[in-house]
Ligand binder design. Structure first.
Ligand code: ADP
Ligand code: MG
Length: 273
């Protein structure tokens, strides 16, 4: 299928072990408004360690906002989010939540890798420089250690030959695979993907999905916003369909994609399949 062209990985991405025995992600009654407009209207969601969940839904349904709430790029208007048992973005004091300071937010975000539609590589750094920057600056890894790890990750994303290329010398698919390697360099316990292939030419989509499938097989916990139904069917343990700020239905990919129960899900699938 999709992944048959991928070589055997040189080594595993070594996802950090989860601390707690409970869920990796727990969203409880998450609400988010921008001004008077409520974009998330009480989202409950649980993702278990090593689970791969695909988040589907029409444009504007709140998928990106939910992902951004998970690493506290957005403040919540209500509810709470825990990652690996830890409340994200806030400290509980009495019955009030107080937003964490920037150092604590940065510490929480270190464990959550995010890959966006646009690759956002640093144009003035080569591939190794892009991958080693955060581990060196944020985790204090030595250049030697970060570089060793970068080369390991480049094997995993099938770019061993591009270590010293600059972003503009790479295809979109290659840049996105560097972006994945860069996120993995922080040894996240959770990876969030927001439409990682929608900006790519169609012929480059498969190589990025192949790398994501490899991560999934190696046990990375992943929440993936995507319109790639083939990937959802083949890789997702569970599919969640969102519309207008609420979870409309969820289940196995086979259930939700092949036997949607709600009209909104049916209408969405008719458009993307
Ligand atoms: P999706 O990713 O499912 O397409 P988004 O989470 O990007 O949806 O957006 C959900 C809604 O929230 C949209 O109507 C969008 O215009 C609105 N929105 C997102 N970010 C902001 C913002 N920073 N300010 C105001 N409205 C926003
Ligand atoms: Mg979006």
């Amino acid at each position: 299928g999709l992944m048959s062209a991928m070589p055997t990985p040189a080594s595993t991405p070594e996802p950090s072990r989860s601390k707690a025995a409970g869920p990796m992600v727990e969203a409880i009654g998450v609400r988010k408004s921008f001004g008077a407009v409520e974009v998330l209207s009480g989202i409950d969601m649980t993702i278990l360690p090593r689970e791969v969940v695909c988040l589907l839904g029409p444009s504007g349904s709140g998928k990106s906002t939910l992902l951004r709430c998970i690493n506290h790029l957005e403040k919540l208007s209500g509810g709470r989010i825990l990652v690996d048992g830890e409340l994200i973005g806030y400290r509980e004091r009495g019955d009030r939540l107080h937003e964490l300071g920037s150092a604590e937010l940065a510490r929480q975000r270190r464990d959550i890798g995010m890959v966006f539609q646009r690759f956002n590589l640093f144009p003035h750094l080569d591939v190794v420089g892009n991958i080693t920057q955060a581990p060196m600056l944020i985790k204090g890894e030595s250049r030697a250690e970060a570089t060793r790890r970068a080369h390991e990750l480049l094997e995993i994303v099938d770019l061993a030959g591009k270590a010293n290329a600059y972003p503009h010398q790479l295809s979109g698919g290659q840049q996105q695979r560097v972006a994945i390697a860069r996120a993995l360099a922080m040894r996240p316990k959770l990876m969030l993907f927001d439409e990682p292939t929608s900006a790519l030419d169609p012929e480059l989509v498969g190589e990025v999905l192949a790398v994501m499938k490899r991560l999934a097989l190696e046990g990375m916990t992943m929440l993936v916003v995507t319109h790639e139904m083939g990937f959802a069917r083949e890789v997702a343990d569970r599919v969640i369909f969102m519309d207008r700020g609420v979870v409309v239905e969820q289940g196995t990919a086979a259930d939700v994609i092949a036997r949607p129960r709600h009209d909104r899900t049916k209408a969405f699938l008719k458009r993307v399949l």
